[in-house]
Design a protein around this ligand. Structure first.
Ligand SMILES: Nc1nc2c(c(=O)[nH]1)N[C@H]1C(S)=C(S)[C@@H](COP(=O)(O)O)O[C@H]1N2
Ligand SMILES: [Mo]
Length: 334
């Protein structure tokens, strides 16, 4: 994406290098008999939890209860899911660092319980609600969605959650609610990048959707992955997933939801409006100014077999969402 260096100048996306570094490190560690859990050579890594493993991760009791007997939801792809180690080990969560391995290394101690979400704006029901109460009426389901990052890599992820529209409906948005704005936690004590003088984006991270996008059946509130509680690096305890848009719309660790009359400013659009738009629909026909969006690298891929696949319009979800953009110029509204 866009990284400001110490001289405060923008350097081109280094995502390919990032991925190579990541895989090199994995390969080297594998070849000397170490697994991912030892994949950090950084000072202080021994005190850190690199990432919560699939078998060790647990959430609060009330969430663990909801995670039993999961049903499979609609719209799941049959494509092979990306292994847990990549889903939980190769992340963008700038609050915890800008390298793909940083979030897994730095978010281990992130406190996600208790957690509350404040509902504000153009709705009949507003106020601060505990996560348990937010989730209470919703049955959790699994949806295997494609995730396409604007950096041209992609994964297939078995998310666990519930439809965003069912959550929003409970607050009875008024006819003035034209957009929904989401906000990530701002807590510089827990989120090291928020303390950095050289931070590449402004915090808190904010995202937004038009109300009809938010009410689309695909928009999903996620509290788990692979049948387990969501790892911190993936946006615990609750995050959004909008599978037809570039990954940066899928905001993590949400503490605020606001119904607004006007289109909200959003983090990457504000950071670099020429490169990142409000809509950010996955679109193979509209290139990023610095790279093509026609194809993507499906993870896991190695240095030796970069699995390139064609990027699909709306990330393959056109049947569900194309009608939302009828008559819109998607080159202008990128
Ligand atoms: N708060 C917050 N949310 C965020 C980000 C971030 O840096 N901060 N990164 C986004 C980007 S660019 C992507 S691709 C996805 C990655 O989600 P994952 O790490 O669970 O795969 O999260 C999105 N949500
Ligand atoms: Mo992304």
């Amino acid at each position: 994406m866009l990284i400001k260096t110490r001289d405060n100048c923008d350097i081109p996306s280094s995502e390919i290098t990032d991925e190579e570094t990541f895989y090199n490190r994995r390969l080297i560690l594998k070849s000397i008999g170490l697994g991912m859990a030892a994949a950090s050579t950084r000072v202080g890594a021994s005190q850190r939890q690199l990432y919560q493993t699939k078998d060790s991760i647990t959430g609060p009791d009330w969430l663990e209860k909801k995670l039993t007997g999961l049903r499979s939801g609609p719209y799941s792809t049959n494509e092979k899911a990306t292994p847990y180690e990549f889903v939980a080990g190769y992340n963008n969560f700038y609050e915890f660092g800008t390298d793909k391995s940083d979030p897994a290394e730095n978010a281990g101690g992130f406190i996600t319980d208790p957690w509350a979400i404040e509902i504000k704006g153009e709705a009949e029901v507003t106020g601060k609600f505990q996560l348990e109460d937010i989730l209470k009426p919703h049955d959790l389901e699994e949806r295997v969605y494609r995730l396409r990052c604007v950096e041209a890599w992609s994964m297939v992820v078995p998310w666990v959650g519930f439809p965003l529209k069912d959550l929003l409906a409970r607050f009875k948005p008024t006819s003035d609610a034209k957009y929904v704005r989401f906000e990530t936690l701002y807590d510089p004590e827990q989120m090291p990048e928020q303390r950095s003088r050289f931070a590449s984006i402004d915090y808190p991270y904010v995202e937004g959707l038009r109300i009809d996008e938010a009410m689309n059946e695909l928009a999903f509130m996620v509290v788990g992955v692979y049948g387990k509680t969501l790892p911190n690096q993936n946006g615990a305890p609750i995050r959004l997933i909008v599978p037809w848009k570039y990954g940066f719309k899928s905001i993590k660790s949400i503490v605020g939801i606001e119904f607004t009359k006007r289109r909200p400013g959003t983090t990457w659009q504000k950071t670099n409006p020429r490169e990142y738009g409000f809509y950010a629909n996955v679109n193979p026909n509209v290139d990023h100014p610095r790279w093509s969006q026609a194809r993507e690298r499906r993870l896991p891929s190695s240095l030796f077999s970069a699995k390139k696949t064609e990027t699909l319009m709306f990330n393959g979800y056109a049947p569900q969402v194309a009608h939302l953009y009828r008559g819109m110029n998607l080159k202008k509204n990128y």
